[in-house]
Design a protein around this ligand. Sequence first.
Ligand code: ARG
Length: 271
Amino acid sequence: MMKMRKTMKLVWAVLLMFGLMVTVVACGNNTAEQENGAAEETVYKVGTEPTFQPFEYKDLETDEIVGFDIDLIKAIAEEGGFKVEIQSLGFDALIPAVQSGTIDIVASGMTIDEERSKQVDFTQPYINAGLALAVAKSNETIKSEEDLEGATVAVQIGTTGAMKANELKEQGIVEKVLTYDTIDVLMAELTKGTVDAVINDAAVTESFIKSGHDDIKIVGEQMNTEQYGFAVAKGNTELLQRLNDGLQKVMASGKYEQLLAKYDLPANARP
Ligand code: ARG
């Protein structure tokens, strides 16, 4: 009898231990599976200011944010096996958002410059760009930058166009700089005649004119040369590497040229 109880106790103990082991192993597996799953499903938040066609703008039918930058960052994500989620922000809110971690990536036709490079890290350049001066089609007096004496100039907040206009104001050339949140509004002000000129990225103003706004024209030479990069938080080398690797692959595969063509951008827009 005593022996029997002892044996039973032993059997129970073995069963219990076996059960525990199975549970531990199962849990272990589970965690590993979840971690793997998470790695595959990494979603980066991408911030953009979507009034900047053809780089980022709203598709009027679907209300979705589309454009060259959006397709490019999605192509990079596909190469790298991660996902992106696009969100709309004011242009001047993008750098603070990436710094605070509200977003992971800026994809917004953002020019790589020294000041910004102190605040964020940029990828390799993905577009050659530059500023252009635009006036109403009927304007016969402003033919170039030199004719901006006494002019009121409209710009988008926080942009290189705004910096340029303020420079011209400090030089005593431009009289007044009006700052707007979105490109559509500043173009509307130009059409209405509230302002004399707009300083904005050349390809964007060209695209705007081509899309049926031929009451506006570009005058003079392109004002400077700039390059766009994607931006991440300072020191986020892992994400920066992923973006640069993906960009290199997309630029080597023919996909990049396909996107230039899709958005009617010239071949020399490629850095
Ligand atoms: N390239 C200019 C800059 O970096 C203008 C960019 C504006 N982008 C936009 N999505 N609104 O300042």
